[in-house]
Design a protein around this ligand. Structure first.
Ligand code: PHE
Length: 338
C-alpha cells in the first residue's frame, strides 16, 4: 500500500506538470480525489489494515495528499494567471493608434445654398424675415395685385388646403406681411419653402425660394440691377454676366426675368443651358403701386423693388446636380457627396 501511495504521488505530480488548461486539471482532480478516485480508494482501503500499520500508512497517505493538493493549487494558480494574461492581451487597447473620428453630419446642399445667399445679402444690409407656409389667399394673391379672376392665379398650380387657405406658391406674401407691420425703409430677404403642383426632372411639389424686398423713398430700378449684379458675381464668380429680360408679374411693374451666363459653359452653349448660354435664376421688378396701397404705403412717396429666386436651381448649378428630385430623396450615397 505504501508503494502504491508513492506511485500515485509520482504519477500525479508528473501528470500535473503537463496540464494545459482548467478543464484538464478538473479531470485530474476527479481521477485522484473523486469518489472513485485513486487516492480516495486507497484511503478507503486503510480500514482493512492492522492497528500497527494504520498510523504509518495513514501518515504517508496524508503527506501524499498534502503534496498532491499543493501541486494542484500551484497549477491552478498558474493556469488562472495565464488565462488573465490572455484576456488582457485580447482586450488590450493600443493607445498609440490614432483615434476613430466620429462621423460628423453636414448641412444639406439646399441649406448650404440658403446660408450662402443669406450671407451675401446680409453683406448688403438685408435682414432675414419669415412667414407661414400655410397662407391666406389674400396674402398669396389678392394683396399681391392678383385678384380672383386674374390669369396669373392659373400659372401657379396651387394646393388649396381649405377655404381661402393655400400652401403658399411663392415667398412674395411675406413682402405684404412685413410691410403691413413696418414703415419704410424695408430691406429684407425671405428664405422659405413654397409649393406647386408639379413633379418632373426639374420640378418638385415643394421647393425653395428666397424673396428680396427693398422699399424706401426714391428707390430706383438701377439699384435693383446693382444689387442683383453684385449677388450674381458673389454667388457664381466674378466672370458671371447678368441679363435682364422683360417679364411679367402682377405685383411688379416693370418686371424682369434675370439670367446669368451659364456656369457650366461660360456662355458658349451646352446641355445645362439648352445651348442658349444663359440660365434663368430670378424674377424681379419694381413693386407695383397697388401692392403699396394694400399695405397703406403712399405710392407717390415710396418706391421699391422685389425679387424672387429659386434656391433649388441655384443649388443644382452650384453642386452640378442634374436631377432635382435627388435633392429630396435623402439617399445617403447622394447626401454624402456634399
Ligand atoms: N414670386 C415670383 C415667383 O414665384 C418671383 C418674384 C418675386 C417676381 C418678386 C418678382 C418679384 O415666380
Amino acid at each position: 500500500m505504501q508503494a502504491e501511495l508513492e506511485q500515485i504521488e509520482t504519477e500525479a505530480l508528473t501528470e500535473l506538470k503537463v496540464v494545459n488548461d482548467l478543464r484538464e486539471l478538473e479531470s485530474l482532480r476527479i481521477k485522484y480525489f473523486g469518489r472513485k478516485g485513486q487516492l480516495t480508494t486507497v484511503m478507503r482501503g486503510m480500514r482493512k489494515l492492522s492497528k500497527e500499520e494504520r498510523p504509518i500508512v495513514g501518515k504517508l497517505a496524508n503527506e501524499v495528499r498534502t503534496n498532491i493538493t499543493a501541486a494542484f493549487d500551484r497549477v491552478t494558480e498558474t493556469l488562472n494567471q495565464r488565462a488573465r494574461e490572455q484576456q488582457l492581451a485580447a482586450e488590450a487597447v493600443d493607445i498609440t493608434l490614432p483615434g476613430r473620428r466620429p462621423r460628423i453630419g453636414k448641412k444639406h446642399p439646399i441649406t448650404q445654398t440658403f446660408d450662402r445667399i443669406q450671407e451675401i445679402f446680409r453683406g448688403m444690409g438685408f435682414q432675414v424675415a419669415e412667414g407661414p407656409e400655410i397662407e391666406h389667399e389674400y396674402y398669396n394673391f389678392d394683396a399681391l395685385n392678383t385678384p380672383a379672376e386674374h390669369p396669373a392665379r392659373d400659372l401657379h398650380d396651387t394646393f388649396y388646403i381649405a377655404n381661402e387657405l393655400v400652401l403658399r406658391t411663392h415667398t412674395s406674401p411675406v413682402q405684404v406681411r412685413v410691410m403691413e407691420k413696418q414703415k419704410p425703409p424695408v430691406r429684407i430677404i425671405v428664405p422659405g419653402k413654397v409649393y406647386r403642383l408639379d413633379y418632373d426632372i426639374s420640378h418638385t411639389p415643394m421647393f425653395h425660394q428666397v424673396e428680396g424686398l427693398l422699399v424706401d423713398h426714391q428707390v430706383t430700378f438701377s439699384e435693383l440691377k446693382g444689387v442683383l449684379y453684385s449677388f450674381a458675381r458673389q454667388m457664381f464668380g466674378e466672370m458671371t454676366r447678368v441679363r435682364f429680360r422683360p417679364g411679367f408679374f402682377p405685383f411688379t411693374e416693370p418686371s424682369a426675368e434675370i439670367d446669368i451666363s451659364c456656369t457650366v459653359c461660360g456662355g458658349k452653349g451646352c446641355r445645362t443651358c439648352s445651348r442658349t448660354g444663359w440660365l434663368e435664376i430670378l424674377g424681379a421688378g419694381s413693386v407695383h403701386p397697388n401692392v403699396f396701397r394694400y399695405v397703406n404705403y403712399d405710392p407717390e412717396q415710396i418706391t421699391g423693388f422685389a425679387f424672387g429666386m429659386g434656391v433649388d436651381r441655384i443649388a443644382m448649378l452650384r453642386f452640378g446636380i442634374t436631377d432635382l428630385r435627388l435633392i429630396f430623396e435623402n439617399d445617403m450615397r447622394f447626401a454624402q457627396q456634399f
